[in-house]
Design a protein around this ligand. Structure first.
Ligand code: PCA
Length: 324
């Protein structure tokens, strides 16, 4: 009897130990945007599902709002393994790979279905490029359509001249340059402060980000729905961390990633309608730019398309061919 009890305890401890040494990985996930943002909420749901469905063999803790690493630090942090997993705004990484900023080229994809087509056409090369940098790509989700916010009314190209403009990547900096605005790069988390102190007076971003920053409380009255592009966030994993998971666990993570991607696109589409309404409900003037301005932005887009094609070379050309 005594021996039997001993045997049971022995088996129990061995099982426990092997569980701990085998799997039981813990990942801290760096997220740049606030907990209330749909990207963060979706990533949190993904993390929870992986944790539950792996029976705790992989636990993912999310850190929204740049609390682990700020947006601008996340790519490097994941690449160097300081964070095993994180989310990054793809088109801020044009210096790493021009293909990563294909989704911020104005007027290339102006609907969700074109944005999806562009994503599918560019994904294989993007994934390969990231793999060469020691990163595993999990999924990508777009922000709602980008529009122009301004403290004052914009009726002509000359109204844009000299506006202090909040930019979030090279493409928005370039738009500002080509339209005579004065760009400064500022993280999403600092938007409210930048507008309230008068550091900036205009920006191009989604209705979602304007809503999340309660932009109407900072003297911003106008939103012009240009809807010229749908920039994406991507979730990436450090390859060394990835290789510590066995095949089953890797498959589970990929399956949950595909689900999160699908849900994320749906959430984005919903936000594209609901968040614009939220801006209007908060008293903002929500509309379109006039024909003159539309034409102006379109010609800026054409210039940028040429510049991007030069930077992206033959890889870029073959992605564009696959897209069109
Ligand atoms: N919001 C993010 C990126 C694009 C968007 O819609 C931002 O403004 O930083």
């Amino acid at each position: 009897m005594k021996f039997f009890k001993f045997l049971l305890t022995f088996i129990a401890s061995v099982t426990l130990l092997s569980n701990i040494s085998n799997a039981s990985e813990k990942w801290d996930m760096a997220l740049a945007y606030g907990a209330g943002n749909f990207h963060s909420a979706n990533a949190t749901e993904f993390a929870k599902n992986v944790t539950i469905k792996s029976n705790g063999r992989l636990t993912i803790f999310t850190h929204p709002g740049g609390s682990l690493y700020k947006g601008g630090e996340i790519f490097r942090a994941v690449r160097t393994g300081q964070a095993p997993i994180g989310e990054r705004f793809m088109s801020a990484l044009g210096k790493e790979d021009p293909l990563l900023e294909i989704d911020s080229q104005p007027f290339l994809a102006t609907t969700y279905s074109d944005a999806m087509k562009l994503y599918k056409a560019s994904k294989p090369d993007i994934v390969k490029g990231l793999d060469e940098k020691g990163l595993v790509f999990l999924y990508a989700v777009p922000w709602p359509a980008q529009g122009l916010y301004s403290k004052k009314e914009i009726n002509s190209v000359s109204d844009l001249k000299g506006l202090k403009f909040r930019a979030y990547n090279s493409a928005t900096i370039r738009i500002a340059e080509l339209t005579g605005m004065a760009p400064t790069k500022i993280e999403a988390a600092e938007i409210s402060q930048a507008f309230s102190t008068g550091a900036v007076e205009s920006m191009i971003t989604s209705p979602t980000t304007g809503k999340n920053s309660k932009i109407w409380e900072n003297g911003v009255k106008y939103f012009y729905d240009i809807a010229a592009w749908f920039p994406k966030n991507m979730i990436i994993v450090n390859k060394d961390a990835w290789n510590k998971l066995d095949k089953d666990l890797q498959n589970l993570v990929m399956k949950e990633a595909a689900l999160a991607e699908r849900k994320g696109w749906e959430l984005s589409k919903r936000g594209n309608v609901a968040d614009k309404k939220a801006l209007a409900d908060a008293g903002m003037v929500v509309g379109k730019v006039n024909a003159e301005l539309q034409k102006h932005f379109q010609s800026v887009g054409a210039t940028m398309a040429k510049e991007w094609a030069d930077r992206a070379g033959s890889r870029g050309a073959s992605v564009l061919k696959a897209y069109k």
